[in-house]
Design a protein around this ligand. Structure first.
Ligand SMILES: *Cc1c(COP(=O)(O)O)cnc(C)c1O
Length: 241
């Protein structure tokens, strides 16, 4: 189905265009180039036809949280040249399937997980691209590495052979105030700069979601992870609540 034939845009195509425009505006306001910001479409809970629709509107990078659901989509969409990012919690008995099926993993928060991903990354694939998830808002409920452990973990993980440490990811506590939104993103950028004093050459700040991506781009985000603003509200089943 080619939605563009009659010049009619689908909702997803329309939303994508609006998000891309907002990303470009935020980049210009921050004195940055739009090319520095990669848009990841967070497709969790949406079926593969929604992903196909986004692909037809020019989107190639997709992010998923739930492994079983993600693998079903990766298989169903095998005919498309998509880049898959895993952004959900990682159980150590699931690392092999992640190492075999994804291009990027943003949610690494333990050395044990990183070691397994490195050992299990298939030889015929390029190194798995990794971000460390940092617990930036110090909330009990959120996963991520405590701030004072990032240094040690980053250095250890950067030495593993089959993964490439690219940067840091965070999910700050939500805030409606644009000025308050910037604080945790600024902190994550400063941590990245600090890590780079150890010659780690990290180039990725995975930060910003539908409600705060402009603030994240102001503070240097290079990957924004956007779901709702592209696909609409998620309707959670039991397993996703
Ligand atoms: C769901 C999710 C997103 C997308 O959130 P939206 O508010 O829908 O844009 C981004 N990152 C992570 C880690 C998520 O779990």
């Amino acid at each position: 189905m080619n939605h563009a034939v009659h010049g009619i845009m689908t909702t997803i195509a329309y939303n994508l265009q609006a998000v891309r425009t907002a990303i470009a505006e935020a980049a210009v306001r921050a004195g940055r180039s739009t090319d520095e910001v990669t848009l990841l479409a967070v497709s969790k809970t949406f079926a593969h036809d929604a992903i196909r629709e986004a692909y037809l509107a020019g989107q190639t990078c997709f992010a998923e949280n739930y492994l079983q659901e993600a693998i079903e989509k990766i298989i169903a969409l095998h005919d498309l040249p998509l880049e898959w990012h895993f952004i959900g919690p990682i159980q150590s008995n699931k690392t092999r399937i992640i190492a075999e099926n994804f291009n990027w993993v943003h949610s690494v928060d333990r050395l044990k997980i990183a070691k397994r991903l490195s050992e299990q990354r298939p030889e015929n694939l390029p190194a798995l691209q990794i971000c460390l998830q940092v617990n930036i808002s110090d909330e009990e409920s959120k996963s991520g590495i405590p701030l004072d452990e990032v240094d040690e973990l980053a250095i250890a993980i950067s030495k593993l052979p089959r993964i490439q440490l690219r940067g840091l990811m965070a999910i700050p506590a939500p805030s409606k105030d644009a000025r308050l939104q910037r604080q945790p993103f600024k902190l994550l950028r400063e941590i990245l700069e600090r890590e780079n004093r150890h010659d780690l050459n990290l180039d990725t700040l995975s930060m910003g979601m539908s409600d705060d991506f402009s603030a994240a781009i102001s503070e240097g985000a290079t990957m924004v992870r956007i779901g709702t603003a592209i696909f609409g509200n998620r309707h959670y089943g039991d397993k996703h609540s």
